[in-house]
Design a protein. Structure first.
Ligand SMILES: *Cc1c(COP(=O)(O)O)cnc(C)c1O
Length: 358
């Protein structure tokens, strides 16, 4: 018997979540962001479901782009960080990939390449995140250069928001974008999930939602998306593989970090940090067992964790345990562990089998 841990995909969630995106951004094309192996869901497992309602796929690994082409996706593919070596341009040309351009050397390399056809590019503006992109006062000249290059086809303006998910919003960065791009009549692609949901002024020609396609919150707080109809695309589940009966003072797990106040029945679950479950999750992190919400106890081990069975006395060896998914938002587990759903989903370990469910 294999270990009982599995990640079950709810492939119907993708069409549902893309419909939510369309509701919020009705006249905009959608890049479905599938970087990091489709946020841990497995690009090869999910791309077909996403393909039915997307206009394109955005990612950053060339290997993932090639996988999509080899599996038959003929629509647009955007490389969110562009290319990392001039030698990669031959593959961009061969596989017809749209590329972000965030540096002079990239523009130079495109100018010098020998191509079958011009490349479509996304000129990346640094509007305040100070990660990648051209400075606002350079954008106009970069655009003047780019549009003269025979190797460049269409040009779209791209930027990325640092605080679209918080009270600060996008106002300041939008002002920078408006100033830098005032004289440029370029289609725009600016919005991540948070901007797609909450800042319509950013929508432009294309939006780039990632995390909401997988049914998790861009803010890290599930309550922020609870009412808009998103569905989780993954349930991580396992089983109870052992039971212990504690007495007052008995301690649990490495470091003995949890001690029982009185008699307490606990379960041992086949899931640990080597499966991608956060080791930092403290006692009290939520877990769903047989229709009841319960909590972890003590430290998470590499391959196991312990849970309180007080709210579910009927649970026994073989009982199903949901670590996150349809009954327990990944955001709630992440919040307890001091991180985001993004990190938990993308950290799912390769040893966890991913299966298609209903
Ligand atoms: C990851 C990423 C996105 C998607 O972000 P979400 O918060 O998951 O919606 C959009 N644009 C860029 C450039 C990204 O790197």
């Amino acid at each position: 018997m294999p270990r009982p841990i599995t990640a079950t995909l709810h492939l119907d969630a993708f069409a549902n979540n893309q419909q939510v995106v369309r509701r919020f951004a009705p006249s905009t094309k959608i890049w479905s962001v599938v970087k990091a192996n489709a946020y841990g869901h497995g690009l090869k497992n999910v791309w077909r479901s996403l393909a039915e309602h997307t206009d394109g796929f955005a990612l950053l690994d060339l290997a993932e782009a090639v996988l999509l082409r080899e599996r038959g996706w003929r629509g647009p593919i955007l490389l969110l960080e562009g290319f990392f070596q001039p030698a990669e341009i031959a593959l961009l040309d061969r596989y017809r990939l749209t590329t972000a351009v965030n540096s002079d050397w990239q523009l130079q390399a495109i100018a010098e390449a020998r191509l079958q056809a011009p490349l479509d590019v996304y000129l990346k503006l640094n509007s305040g995140m100070n990660r990648l992109g051209f400075a606002p006062d350079r954008l106009h000249n970069v655009w003047l250069t780019a549009r003269e290059l025979a190797n460049i086809g269409s040009i779209t303006l791209m930027s990325h928001f640092a605080t679209a998910d918080s009270d600060e919003g996008v106002e300041q960065q939008m002002a920078t974008i408006e100033r830098a791009a005032a004289a440029l009549d370029l289609p725009r692609c600016l919005a991540n999930s948070a901007a797609t949901l909450w800042h319509p002024s950013t929508h432009g020609s294309w939006v780039r939602p990632g995390i909401i396609l997988y049914g998790a919150s861009p803010t890290g707080d599930w309550r922020d998306i609870a009412d808009i109809g998103l569905q989780p695309a993954m349930t991580l589940s396992s089983e109870i593989i052992g039971i212990q009966q504690l007495q007052a003072g008995d301690r649990v797990g490495y470091g003995g970090r949890y001690a029982a106040d009185g008699p307490q029945r606990i379960g041992v679950v086949a899931c640990g940090y080597a499966d991608g479950y956060p080791r930092h999750a403290p006692t009290g992190t939520p877990v769903w067992i047989e229709g009841a919400l319960t909590r972890t106890l003590g430290s998470v081990s590499m391959d196991m964790m312990m849970v309180d069975l007080t709210p579910c006395p009927q649970a026994t060896v073989g009982s199903k345990v949901e670590l996150w998914g349809r009954n327990l938002p990944v955001d709630n587990v992440a919040a307890a562990a001091g991180t985001l759903g993004y990190e938990l989903l993308t950290a799912l370990a390769a040893r966890v089998p991913i299966i298609a469910g209903e």
